[in-house]
Design a protein around this ligand. Structure first.
Ligand code: SF4
Length: 253
């Protein structure tokens, strides 16, 4: 990881160095730029070769880990290649195939419901528009944004309804950065969309998720190894109170 002190940035209007006390609209794009550099633009850690595979893997990843899902999809995606394949076997067979992901009965229902809708409404293809994706059963904005960011960044850029995937890591870090005081994912997404330029929507969620997993842990953030420490109002090194906890104490907007 690069040293954050190498990347001092100035506030354009004043020439003063950007720091953790600067406004969030100034800090947000710079934080994402630094994280993109640290994580090479950001990657989806769910293995996939198409939007369809990423959609299935994302549905399966609820309450599980990407590592576990990748173990399962290694063989799953060989056996099931199309929406029709998931509907051509008895429900119990698919349940068995994805059992180790947890909540397998519900996930089987979701996957089969999505496959049915893809066949009936979209000729068996995953639609790469937010307005269409959220018509699929059980697919909300978070999953739709992950699919767009991970497998169709160009479509995300052109889609006025697309946004930023908000998961548990994005929620926690957005509060630590002082970007939001909301708890609701849709409200957090709106707060973030006001702070980032559209071209950062996809990468922002990818790199913030990676930073949350690798450095900014929920219980033990490694502020000493953090490339955006100088821009973070919750830095333990700066002796700052955790903005995430502060937001919880204050309540939602
Ligand atoms: S400085 Fe600490 S709290 Fe802030 S983003 Fe980095 S690791 Fe997280």
């Amino acid at each position: 990881m690069p040293d954050s002190t190498d990347a001092t940035t100035s506030v354009p209007s004043t020439g003063r160095p950007l720091d953790r006390d600067s406004g969030k609209t100034l800090r947000a794009p710079v934080i994402v730029e630094r994280l993109m550099e640290a994580y090479e633009g950001g990657v989806i850690e769910l293995d996939h070769t198409s939007p369809f595979e990423l959609l299935i893997a994302t549905v399966m990843s609820a309450q599980s880990t990407d590592k576990k899902i990748n173990e399962i999809t290694k063989t799953l995606f060989v056996k099931y290649r199309t929406p029709e394949d998931y509907l051509s076997v008895p429900e119990e067979e698919l349940q068995t195939d994805i059992k180790s992901s947890g909540f397998y009965r519900q996930k089987t229902k979701s996957i089969r419901g999505i496959c049915q809708a893809l066949i009936e409404d979209f000729d068996g293809e995953v639609p790469l528009r937010m307005a269409d994706l959220v018509t699929l059963p059980g697919v909300a904005r978070k999953t739709a944004n992950v699919v767009l960011a991970g497998s169709a960044p160009e479509a995300l850029l052109e889609d006025p309804d697309a946004g930023i995937a908000v998961d548990t890591h994005v929620t926690r870090l957005s509060k630590r950065f002082g970007f939001t005081r909301n708890d609701d994912a849709v409200k957090i997404e709106k707060d973030l969309m006001r702070l980032f330029p559209r071209q950062q929507y996809g990468p922002a969620s990818l790199v913030i998720i990676l930073h949350g997993r690798r450095v900014c842990d929920a219980l033990r953030p490694r502020c000493g190894s953090c490339v955006v420490e100088d821009l973070c109002p919750s830095s333990l090194i700066a002796g700052r109170r955790d903005k995430a906890k502060q937001a919880r104490a204050v309540g939602t907007d």
